[in-house]
Write a protein that binds this ligand. Structure first.
Ligand code: SAM
Length: 310
């Protein structure tokens, strides 16, 4: 079987989440094809891994890849926020989030995540979910579409694009990625068409985030993970855009009474990694460690007062 995703910031993640020779439990919340999990299981022979992915197809690839590790590895087909809400297992040593989607989704899934391939507009990670991309573009009202494209895509031409989508669908349902990419292309000003990224990039990102509820799952999952973490245990989060990174950063800051932030500034991939794997360019890694004892809450209050300048 071929694995198409190149795991990002491998060295950094392996060294922050390092059990040495101790038996330990890692929850890989975004298993994907199992790239990171494979490295962990290979390097740390006393480590057990629970891998989560809501996408059944990609999870099967990971299960195949990690089968040689026997019962050191267990896969669960579940959204990570739900996993942590329901979790009642032993305390965990390490938690890894590598947010977003995988190269597999763009190149192999056939679900219309990319405008580079003409495929049916679907974009669901959870193939049992009711809502797919074609339903969003064909049924949402113009204002909701504009808001989604603006909020989840940070697209400055969101209103023009939403107007163009609604105009097009008066005559024909939008079914394929090519149709949507053409609608966006025609909706934006000519000078916007020849920039570094294709003008439909942000619209596609926005739809994917909406359909999979990606941003709404991050903080609830972190809350559950922190609760389940052993004192001294660590959480590492890799994000790929500021909409993902911001809630992680603020969550960690808001929990400084129980978490030590190990990366004052987020780490970024080296030049060398970016040249080998250009999609890693936008990655940011943040790592925290759970304190042995909660900090005095009055210290936290003072800190907040200082921040507000009073
Ligand atoms: C960037 S990929 C992970 C790649 C993986 N670390 C590797 O090295 O192969 C993210 C994966 O997480 C899954 N995913 C994204 N959000 C999820 C969520 N909220 N719950 C469960 N799985 C999720 C996606 O289906 C995707 O396979």
């Amino acid at each position: 079987m071929e694995y198409v995703h190149y795991s990002v910031m491998q060295k950094e993640v392996l060294s922050f989440l390092n059990p040495e020779d101790r038996p330990a439990l890692l929850v890989d919340c975004t298993l994907g094809e199992g790239g990171h999990s494979n490295l962990f299981l290979q390097k740390y022979p006393n480590l057990r891994v629970i891998g989560l992915d809501r996408d059944r197809k990609i999870m099967e690839k990971a299960k195949n890849r990690l089968a040689p590790y026997g019962d050191r590895f267990e896969a669960r087909n579940i959204w990570f926020d739900r996993f942590w809400r329901e979790y009642d297992g032993p305390q965990v040593d390490f938690v890894l989030f590598d947010l977003g989607i995988s190269v597999f989704h763009y190149e192999e899934s056939g679900r219309g995540f990319s405008f580079k391939r003409n495929e049916k507009l679907d974009m669901r990670l959870d193939m049992d979910a009711a809502l797919d991309a074609s339903e969003v573009v064909n049924t949402y009202d113009e204002k909701s579409l504009a808001d989604i494209i603006f909020n989840y895509g940070e697209e400055r031409y969101s209103r023009r694009i939403a107007f163009a989508i609604c105009n097009y669908r008066k005559n024909k349902q939008i079914e394929y990625t090519d149709e949507l990419a053409d609608i966006v292309w025609n909706a934006v000003p000519a000078e916007y068409r020849h920039r570094r990224i294709h003008p439909a990039t942000k619209t596609f990102q926005a739809l994917r985030i909406e359909i999979n509820g990606e941003l709404d799952r991050i903080v609830p999952a972190l809350e559950g993970a922190v609760k389940a973490l052993k004192p001294g245990g660590r959480i590492a989060v890799i994000t790929f855009h500021s909409l993902e990174d911001r809630p992680v950063k603020w969550f960690f800051k808001d929990h400084e009474n129980i978490l030590e932030i190990l990366t004052k500034k987020p780490l970024e991939p080296t030049e060398e990694e970016c040249s080998i794997n250009p999609p890693s360019r936008s990655a940011k890694l943040r790592v925290v460690q759970k304190l042995e004892k909660e900090r005095d809450p009055s210290l936290k209050k003072n800190k907040y007062r200082d921040q507000k300048g009073n």
